[in-house]
Design a protein around this ligand. Sequence first.
Ligand code: 9WN
Length: 445
Amino acid sequence: MTGSLSLAARAAYILRDNSTGLITRAAPSLYPHQWSWDAGFNAIGLASVDLPRARLELDSLFAGQWRNGMVPHIVFDPAGAVRYWPGPAQWQCQRFNEDAPASPATSGITDPPVHAIAVDRILAVAASAGAREHEITLGWAAHLYPRLLAWHRFLARDRADKETGLIRLFHGWESGTDNSPRWDVPYANVQVGPDMPGYTRSDRSHVSSAAQRPTDGEYDRYLWLIEEAREAGYDASLLRETGSFQVGDVLFTAIYAAASDLLAVLAARLGKPDDAAELRDYAAEARAAVLGHVDEASGLAADVDLRTGEWLRTETYAGFAPLIAGGLSAAMRERQVALLTGPRWAGHPDLKWPLPPSTSPSSPAFNPDCYWRGPVWPVFTWLLTWALHRSGEDAVAGQFRSASLKQLGDHTYAEYYNPVNGAPLGSHHQSWTAAAALDWLLAEQ
Ligand code: 9WN
């Protein structure tokens, strides 16, 4: 087998191995359940090898959607044999909020809305898989569509901040970039209460070194925010009063803008012009909010601590939110691409591969081994290549794709990689890393 064929074959095997039949576990042992944004990326990877399974991945995720439209960040696998903490017993969503489904059990917070991007990509793959597959997939998308619309409406209604226009998060986990230094300032203001229950972390036993995972102090805050959210009945209007972590996330907002654009296209295709107009409005508002938070001096987008109004300017992946939101002027696009490929990012001389790390190596917050504080995340590289292609930046997208495939040549399909020495970190056989490889290798770019 050639290098790419064996890389694709192994990636397909990993996705099958991590599947319960209904959901794809985010990772074999570290994350034995279905995560929302992972499911979106995993469905994209699955599309190239097994369209029915790709469709099922999103159907299974949306089985956990709440009546208010929220797609929770975790849908728990009831048969999950491996212990994950915090599990359904900590969240107790159904007991505290009647919008939560009785089954499957879910978490009570949300995750970035990549799903409409996934549906668009699955439809594109189906279009070249023959008339019958295309027709089935279109029918499936029409069936899923009302759930996607309810999801985007939930974000507009319950989460779009009136002042900044950014999507408001109540937990760093909602951003998907848990311990990124972008959240250091707001987390420093979270005071863990005296009635915080004791707990035992299970995550560190699944990685080769504890230094790759968040600290105990960070985990105390993560758990405390769950206590707060549960106390507020997982209700956004109450949490706006009581939540001790409230941020406007430019990256989440950018993903929402891009996904709303694509959902508007689907709505129009399904003969729903009013929905399409509504979704285009969501996209335009979200995009304007992202562009309104670009720091002039650095050219990077900045999150906002909504409790203080402070802009959070640490140089992280989130700075490239405008590129992901799309619809940029040529000048803004060129500036973002130049930054991304320049010496503070993918062009930094110390890097093993010319790929953007989660935090700039020039930032004092950079830590090459620790989770979202420095490592390269292949799935995030995939998101950037998707955004670059969409903006017509095919050459840069192609460079990232080939560098990433070299990075994945170690066949560990790691969750993240040390950008300086190339070591695989976090979980191995991480589903979304395998999914990114499959899309790069098998789908039309
Ligand atoms: C908490 C599953 C998830 C990803 C997140 C990543 C990590 C969970 C954890 O794993 O978060 O949600 O237990 O650390 O940060 O982006 O969705 O892969």
